[in-house]
Design a protein. Structure first.
Length: 306
């Protein structure tokens, strides 16, 4: 009877120890990775891993003319479960930036006009904090949001999202504005080449002038001119120059005479990357019967908001 009694006690004791260890392991296991990550701060500036604001709602980002402009969104993310020194060796899986014009929303599709989606780089800070830096290459035609723009009621949002290994997330948003830049490339000369006295140019031999959008503002141009003196003899009156938005000749009714007063040409230049960013103005000329030599003089073309 004593042997059986000891065996029963040992079995119970063994089961109790096993049950205790199993539950202890379960407690340890379930205690891991329970803290959600957080984005601690967001700064918008010109340098990686810089923790001050250069650009705010009162100090807009100014796109470059005819070139991309790189800005940085920087800050710190944290997780009480530990972050290691980068993705994969701590509890954080990713830090991403959604930089978008406010009305297109955080769910926007990447578009150089209004939505930039960026995977951010990280560097170690402490056992629970990582520094992050997101590089954004803004196109020169990026949508502006300042007072004179088509989207003056919007802002730009730098929306940083951090995700941990259990798909928990944290986010934080900083707002700024995008400046309006009016810039068009205008050729410096109009070359009509050699012409004969009394000649009227046609759609075949008129002169084409190509304007190129270099900013993010809808733009138009105004033109005006003056009489043109010829080196040997004669003058070409300002009214003998005509411009048109279509490829026609001097005698076409759509061709408009140049004058000494600025005239709006309605050559609007779009800001959307899906549309053409160049437009043409077609120039025609009537050569007087008494003009000889090299004839040259000013025609003024001015860019104005469209």
């Amino acid at each position: 009877m004593m042997v059986r009694h000891k065996t029963w006690i040992l079995v119970i004791l063994f089961n109790f120890i096993f049950f205790f260890l199993s539950n202890f392991f379960l407690l340890i296991h379930t205690a891991r990775a329970t803290s959600p990550p957080a984005v601690d701060d967001v700064f918008i500036n010109d340098s990686a891993y810089t923790y001050t604001d250069t650009y705010t709602t009162s100090n807009p980002i100014i796109p470059n003319i005819a070139a991309t402009r790189t800005i940085f969104v920087n800050g710190r993310v944290s997780d009480a479960d530990g972050v290691g020194t980068g993705f994969g060796d701590g509890d954080l899986a990713s830090v991403n930036l959604r930089f978008y014009r406010s009305t297109v929303g955080a769910g926007c599709t990447a578009d150089p006009n209004d939505c930039y989606l960026v995977s951010c780089a990280v560097s170690s800070n402490t056992s629970t904090i990582l520094n992050y830096s997101c590089s954004v290459d803004l196109q020169y035609f990026v949508d502006s949001t300042t007072v004179s723009s088509a989207y003056n009621g919007d802002t730009w949002k730098a929306d940083v999202l951090v995700t941990d290994d259990t798909a928990q997330t944290g986010s934080l948003i900083k707002q700024t504005e995008m400046e309006t830049v009016l810039s068009i490339y205008i050729p410096t000369t109009i070359d009509f080449g050699a012409r004969s006295n009394g000649e009227l140019s046609t759609g075949v031999n008129n002169a084409e002038m190509t304007f190129t959008q270099q900013g993010n503002d809808l733009a138009d141009v105004e033109v005006l001119g003056a009489n043109i003196n010829c080196s040997y003899h004669g003058v070409i009156p300002v009214g003998d120059f005509k411009w048109s938005l279509t490829d026609v000749g001097w005698s076409d009714e759509t061709a408009q005479s140049l004058s000494t007063t600025a005239t709006q040409t309605n050559v609007d230049l779009g800001t959307d990357d899906d549309a053409g960013l160049t437009k043409k103005l077609y120039w025609n000329i009537r050569i007087p019967t008494v003009a000889n030599g090299t004839c040259s003089g000013p025609i003024t073309i001015v860019a104005i908001p469209g």
